[in-house]
Design a protein around this ligand. Structure first.
Ligand code: ADP
Length: 496
């Protein structure tokens, strides 16, 4: 039952110290190292996690390699793999509330969002890729008569996945589900501050019938366990979501080791563009606020730049600021909260630093700008709207990953496009207009992997998500996600 007493009861349960999940078993680090994880709700310790090192990563990669080579999973018929992953989706749904609460205690997302975005989305991903895998066939090439050309898809082998803390289950499942459905073995390194739910998913996968060694989870610091995974000669493809700085390192690690394929989903500074002819400016203002402030702005596709046509600017910005100020910031485990905590003290300081910087550069803070509820020990911040943000400002160009919206005024469609494309990123965008032609022109002109029209957020699994520019390569979601975890093989057969 999704009610407050059930949530409160789950939140009161102690969380036992956690080991890695390697070859079907929970194990401590080889050297016994542990690390504390803090709750963003109150800044207090939640539990300890194993702090994995190179030896733990090597053990997980060896287990994954052995499981792949002996075909215990890859050799099963796709319809059999489907059955196991559908069972996993059911188990995730059975534990949805408990997974959501556990995740929120560790990462601070408001529970109303986490319920849908975390276990709900993860179950959906496992179901989608399970359902797909026994329906995709290979190709017979259009050759001349004397030859037969066959194109088949094979699992790449061992997939490494490194995921962040903002939506560990959703993003984790975007990587795990296609990788496992395709028959790969996986070693997953969750964010050091958001590992608990993914460790639980590994146990549920075993309960669903996934053989030992096929899914391994090593917890630990990025610069230690993450680096060891990215350097491992056993990893054939590395799937990553996180910062651009780490993405660059992963490409270097691949170059220094075995040239593993590296797929990056990085940051964004996504423009949400409001034309004065938008059909419903009230809806646009509300969605502009939720599109940046849910999960305290810690969303890779967050609409963090609002570009508003001059004719509507003042009225529209006032409406967005009103909606922002009315959003309830509170305990992430309260069903009433619309915005939870920032994930860490460092994130909070970073976001507040951007506000100070914006003021110094001449922007005006029209609402928010300050820490809230400091007495709780948690990391809360008021949703913040800054106007008069110019292309030269840091707030225009750099990702905050916090609840700060940068507003810039434009006069013409051409100017809107130039502003929209004026950063190194290209992850997502929004366009609000009543003109069909303008909507299509903007979809073409804006450099982004995902362009929303008259909405923001909420695209489902059927469409791919991937960055243009420095927002990454490769795609999560949709059938295109299989491309990262499968090799194409051609057979050329002489028919004599
Ligand atoms: P964020 O700013 O979202 O925390 P990061 O890129 O730092 O983004 O973290 C995303 C993931 O990358 C986490 O799982 C983290 O542990 C991991 N990570 C961080 N640094 C490295 C590194 N040098 N090598 C491999 N993984 C890393």
């Amino acid at each position: 039952m999704t009610d407050q007493p059930s949530i409160d009861a789950l939140a009161a349960l102690p969380v036992s110290p956690q080991g890695h999940f390697i070859d079907g078993r929970r194990v401590p680090s080889r050297d016994g190292a542990e690390m504390e994880t803090l709750s963003p709700r109150d800044g207090r310790a939640l539990t300890t996690l194993a702090a994995g090192g190179a030896a733990d990563v090597a053990a997980a990669c060896a287990a994954a390699r052995k499981a792949f080579e002996d075909r215990r999973w890859a050799g099963r018929a796709p319809a059999e793999r489907k059955r196991v992953l559908l069972r996993l989706a059911e188990l995730i749904e059975r534990e949805a509330l408990s997974l959501a609460v556990l995740g929120v205690r560790e990462n601070g997302t408001e529970i109303s969002m986490a319920l849908k975005a975390e276990p709900g989305s993860a179950a959906g991903s496992f179901r989608y890729y399970a359902e797909a895998v026994d329906k995709i066939a290979g190709e017979v090439a259009p050759t001349a008569e004397g030859a037969l050309g066959l194109v088949t898809r094979e699992p790449v082998g061992v997939v490494g996945a490194i995921v962040p803390w903002n939506f560990p289950l959703m993003i984790g499942a975007w990587k795990l589900a296609p990788a496992l459905a395709a028959g790969n073995s996986v070693v997953l390194k969750p964010a050091e501050t958001a590992s608990l739910t993914l460790l639980r998913i590994a146990e549920l996968a075993a309960e669903a019938g996934l053989p030992d060694g096929v899914l391994n989870v090593v917890t630990g610091q990025g610069a230690v366990a993450g680096e060891a995974l990215a350097l491992s000669p056993e990893v054939d493809a590395l799937l990553f979501t996180g910062s651009g700085a780490t993405g660059r390192r992963l490409l270097e690690y691949a170059a220094r080791s075995n040239l593993k394929r590296v797929y990056l989903e990085l940051g964004g500074k996504s423009p949400n563009i409001i034309f004065a002819d938008a059909p419903d400016l009230d809806k646009a203002a509300k969605v502009a606020a939720t599109g940046i402030f849910r999960n305290a702005g810690q969303v890779c596709i967050a609409g963090s730049r609002l570009l508003v046509e001059d004719a509507s600017h003042d009225e529209f910005v006032a409406a967005v600021a009103r909606h922002a100020a009315a959003m309830l910031v509170g305990d992430p485990l309260s069903l009433a909260s619309e915005i939870g905590a920032l994930h860490s003290e460092a994130q909070l300081r970073r976001a507040l630093g951007f506000v100070e910087g914006a003021r110094a550069e001449g922007a005006e803070i029209v609402t928010g700008g300050a820490r809230l509820m400091e007495e709780t020990g948690g990391w809360f911040m008021a949703p913040t709207v800054a106007t008069g943000v110019a292309p030269g400002h840091r707030l225009f160009r750099e990702e905050v990953f916090g609840p700060v919206l940068a507003v810039t005024r434009f006069r013409t469609e051409a100017e809107a496009v130039a502003l929209a494309n004026g950063t190194e990123y290209g992850l997502a965008a929004g366009v609000w207009t009543g003109s069909l032609s303008r909507a299509h022109r903007m979809v073409r002109a804006v450099r982004a992997g995902l362009v929303h029209v008259n909405t923001y957020g909420g695209s489902d699994l059927t469409v791919p998500l991937g960055g243009h520019g420095q927002s990454g390569n490769g795609h999560d979601k949709s059938l295109h996600a299989f491309d990262k975890v499968q090799n194409l093989k051609s057979a050329w057969i002489d028919l004599g």
